[in-house]
Design a protein around this ligand. Structure first.
Ligand code: AMP
Ligand code: MG
Length: 340
């Protein structure tokens, strides 16, 4: 049996259930959201997905710490929001028959406890999980891309990652192919995808496009101008001779898209000198791209360092592309950084 096969299966079941929860919220059009202390939005889907996924991890791997984006203080003060999350968690778990494998959240109190199990500080620990229950919450709110992301980090290395993308086309070339994909990767074993509605064992290998000339590349970046520098990214693209406009999408769907060859380059140049990227925003995507034949580094060419706690404080910016063109993209990044 391959390494981390059990962890991967549990992660996929948990992410599937969380994706179901996000779909219930989207369909009900009750995307109740509130503002966090950093003024970013958080919805009932973010809380519910974190509860469902940590509930599964606590059932199967009760010792494992989790570095998750959300915590429960807002829910503890807001009865209406908490009850809404609890209803969602119950409804989402009722759609699958995974109870024997990943259990189900037992009570409203457990919703809060599971969410707060995600408050681990991370760092140099033997084994931990990184979780972004709804990555790209702004995308989720506007009906765009978002992703449910769960990764296992062992000795500071991402060894397994899953990304659920409920709004991503099954076939990017066919608008009628339906939405909803799930991606997974295990270190040294390649990257895989399948429609969210298909069984786990139907996953097929994916790989990045084999491009040698970066001028033919297509690149993707965040929708939010506040998350990465559209201006600098446009200059980098121009310096590589890229003429196609960037594809903008929220969340780690960007990593998933380039990993399966919809696009070639993901650029994320910082807009703020002090912002530290969060480990849950990159852990799954980093491994998926590496296992699909790509390289992910920061903007100086350093590998992402997941041993620094909840953030990637030793890194700045993200440059992801296939093995052949990533060094050329990095060169262009250096050139543009020196000019500015
Ligand atoms: P994206 O959808 O790729 O733009 O990324 C969404 C993620 O950006 C969120 O999960 C936040 O953690 C993260 N984020 C928030 N503020 C910033 C910022 N100033 N710079 C970079 N990323 C940010
Ligand atoms: Mg996020």
């Amino acid at each position: 049996m391959s390494l981390y096969a059990h962890e991967r299966r549990i992660a996929e079941l948990a992410v599937e259930r969380a994706c179901k929860l996000t779909s219930i919220v989207s369909d009900s059009q009750q995307k109740d959201s509130v503002s966090k202390s950093d003024h970013s939005p958080v919805t009932v889907a973010d809380f519910g997905a974190q509860a469902v996924i940590i509930g599964a991890l606590q059932t199967v791997f009760p010792e494992d710490p989790v570095v998750g984006e959300e915590e429960s203080s807002i829910l503890r003060k807001d009865d209406g929001l908490r009850e809404h999350v609890w209803r969602l968690v119950q409804e989402a778990s009722g759609f699958d028959n995974y109870q024997t494998e990943i259990g189900q959240v037992e009570s409203e109190k457990k919703v809060l406890d599971y969410i707060d199990w995600g408050r681990s500080e991370g760092g140099k620990v033997k084994r931990m999980w990184a979780l972004d229950p709804v990555d790209g919450t702004k995308g989720f709110l506007r009906g765009g891309q978002f992703a449910v992301c769960l990764a296992l980090i062992v000795d500071s290395k991402v060894v397994m990652g899953v990304i659920g993308c409920p709004n991503l086309l099954v076939d990017p070339a066919d608008e009628s192919s339906g939405n909803g994909m799930i991606f997974s990767a295990v270190i040294g074993e390649g990257a895989f995808s399948r429609p969210l509605a298909s069984p786990i064992d139907s996953a097929m290998p994916i790989s990045m496009r084999s491009l040698t000339d970066p001028s033919a590349a297509s690149f993707c970046e965040s929708v939010e101008a506040g998350h990465s520098s559209h201006g600098q990214q446009a200059k980098i693209a121009q310096s590589l001779g890229i003429t196609k406009p960037s594809v903008r999408m929220d969340s780690q769907a960007k990593y998933a898209s380039i990993a399966r060859g919809d696009g070639d380059i993901y650029l994320r140049l910082p807009v703020s000198a002090t912002y530290e990227e969060k480990i849950w925003d990159h852990a799954s995507g980093n491994l998926l791209v590496a296992e699909a034949g790509g390289i992910v580094t920061d903007m100086y060419g350093n590998p992402l360092d997941f041993s620094q706690g909840r953030t990637l404080k030793k890194n700045k910016g993200i440059v992801a592309a296939s093995k052949v063109i990533q060094p050329k993209v990095l060169e262009a990044v250096q050139k543009v950084l020196h000019e500015s």
